[in-house]
Design a protein around this ligand. Sequence first.
Ligand code: HPA
Length: 269
Amino acid sequence: MDHCWELVERDAAVLEDRLGRHEVAVVLGSGWAPHLDRLGDEIGRCPLGTLSGVPAPGVPGHGGDAVSMEVAAHRTLVLTGRSHLYEGHPASTVVHAVRCAITCGARVVILTNAAGSLRAEAGPGTPVLIRDQLNLTGTSPLIGSEPPGEPGNRFVDLSDLYSRRLRDAAQARLPELRDGVYAGLVGPQYETPAEVEALDRLGADLAGMSTVLEAIAARHLGAEVAGVSLVTNLAAGMTDSIDHHQVLAASGRADDGVARVIRTLVDVA
Ligand code: HPA
């Protein structure tokens, strides 16, 4: 078995020992950590660095804990940080914590991120439910030696990657909640205006640097996936300039609306 899968087994056991099993996992993206206590009641936490497969957090605005919470009457594991390809990590590292969360019980995974918006009417502060994705990272967490389980199981069907059931249920409760297609790029540079125009033609509504690999890895392990982007800026070419600190400040400023979307998704999980 590939080393990364052994590490998942080992770290999942550590996670379960520290915090128990959880039926829902939430990954908080850049700037979402300040909204943690709006989600529900904390039961316990441990640093993500407790897991040997998770590198130390390296990006300002990202926390680094696994937090056990009671959210909308569901035992929920909230990961307040993530690893990115642009930090130089391989895809297997980027998806490691999500694989561990699923291995210790999560049947629903809710991925959040900060994103640039290609739609002028969905400006900074708008939460957008991810309807589908374009994986433009040029990689996949399923590359490598065959994962454990049925031979061929890595050829996973992504026809319903972002669960229609969860999206319909969330939008029935929050009729004003927009949805869109998220394009995941490697980064860390923001896009050029020409790249944004190309993304628009490809059908993207949002651009970001995370989420797409975790979504694939979660679906591969049979979890139901939901995603929410918090728009922190209009995409390049639609605004004068993009500043990383303003991006973080924009997500920190967001009101209870973003936490309400997560609580709703957990509730319908
Ligand atoms: N592009 C890519 N990633 C992002 C952006 C953006 O405009 N804003 C926040 N994350």
